[in-house]
Design a binder for this molecule. Structure first.
Ligand code: NAD
Length: 299
């Protein structure tokens, strides 16, 4: 299959491209190497074709869809806290770019897509979150942008799986994410800023499990459908800290700070749809994933 991966030079995208190539697909990447974090961390495997361009540019997107059978749409501004400080790119890229892509796909007759949505669409509701839960109280512009893009996908009439990803981690992850920050600061023996009282919980999902779920979502896409891809097992912040201490062998110096705007107390995926529909279940345990991440960590 010829697959276009938007945002393919980013954290999840790089893992996804390698897996697509390994299973024999041809891969074209559309990515503008934005400066949300150090672009030097971005890249694509040499066997893939790279188009450096903007998913908001209709001519570029149209050209990228030439001879493409299916699309993995990952290009976005990610990050909840940053979206509160600076919401504009979230609307422009996450909503506008998605709409540009959907229109170009309809024009070109490319019908199949998996879209990287987010657990943040569930807002402050108590978990476990089910796909049928209301998602109309986003707690951040990022969450609002992902929900908006889902709705444009639903309205497109195309075959689109919207995969709601729950805190993805693993080698190459964005440096602003908690695990990356904690490991970096632990290694540097610097104080670690910790927001809240340690009781917040996240449903962490290792990146190889996410890639497997995205590909199943792509291959099974039929009409519009939403699916949670999460570990199914929320981890308290205090447990994350102890896993980082264990995997790095460092004694952590913690600096406790108030909860940040936009942070939700809990994410918890109900993964029965992924299990029943896609036959997907996460395979990497949290402790194993953190230790793999620490082993891969440089810098
Ligand atoms: P990332 O920032 O590493 O990857 C996003 C990529 O999109 C980057 O390479 C960036 O250069 C590219 N991009 C941004 N704006 C673009 C534009 N206008 N045109 C073309 N390319 C553009 O983030 P990631 O963690 O790999 O996340 C990938 C996707 O998964 C995103 O859509 C994100 O919202 C979603 N997601 C991630 C997580 C997570 O925990 N990492 C959780 C839920 C959802």
């Amino acid at each position: 299959m010829n697959v276009l991966v938007t945002g393919g030079a980013g954290f999840i995208g790089q893992h996804l491209c390698r897996t697509l190539l390994a299973r024999g697909d041809q891969v074209r990447v559309l990515d503008n190497f934005d400066d949300a974090y150090d672009p030097a961390m971005k890249g694509v495997p040499p066997q893939s074709e790279l188009v450096r361009g903007d998913v908001c540019d209709p001519a570029v997107v149209r050209a990228c869809l030439q001879d493409i059978d299916a699309v993995c749409h990952l290009a976005a501004r990610a990050g909840v806290r940053e979206s509160i400080e600076n919401p504009e790119p979230y609307g422009r890229v996450n909503v506008g770019g998605s709409l540009t892509l959907l229109r170009a796909m309809a024009d070109r007759g490319v019908r199949r897509m998996v879209f990287a949505s987010s657990s943040s669409v569930y807002g402050n509701a108590g978990g476990p979150f089910r796909e049928s839960d209301a998602a109309d109280r986003p707690a951040s512009p990022y969450a609002a942008s992902k929900r908006s893009a889902e709705l444009f996908c639903a309205a497109s009439g195309l075959d689109i799986t919207a995969a709601r990803l729950f805190t993805v981690y693993g080698p190459g992850q964005r440096p602003g994410m908690a695990i990356a920050r904690f490991v970096r600061l632990a290694r540097q023996r610097e104080p670690i800023p910790v927001f809240g009282d340690g009781t917040s919980q996240r449903d962490y999902t290792y990146v190889s499990d996410i890639v497997a779920g995205l590909l199943l979502g792509l291959d099974c896409a039929d009409g519009f459908r939403i699916v949670n891809l999460g570990g199914g097992n929320p981890v308290p912040l205090t447990e994350l800290l102890s896993a980082v201490a264990e995997a790095t062998g460092e004694q952590l110096r913690l600096s406790w700070l108030p909860v940040q705007p936009g942070d939700v107390p809990l994410t918890h995926a109900d993964i029965r749809v992924a299990q029943d529909w896609l036959g997907w279940r996460p395979s990497v345990t949290f402790r194993e994933g953190v230790s793999r991440y620490v082993a891969s960590f440089r810098g």
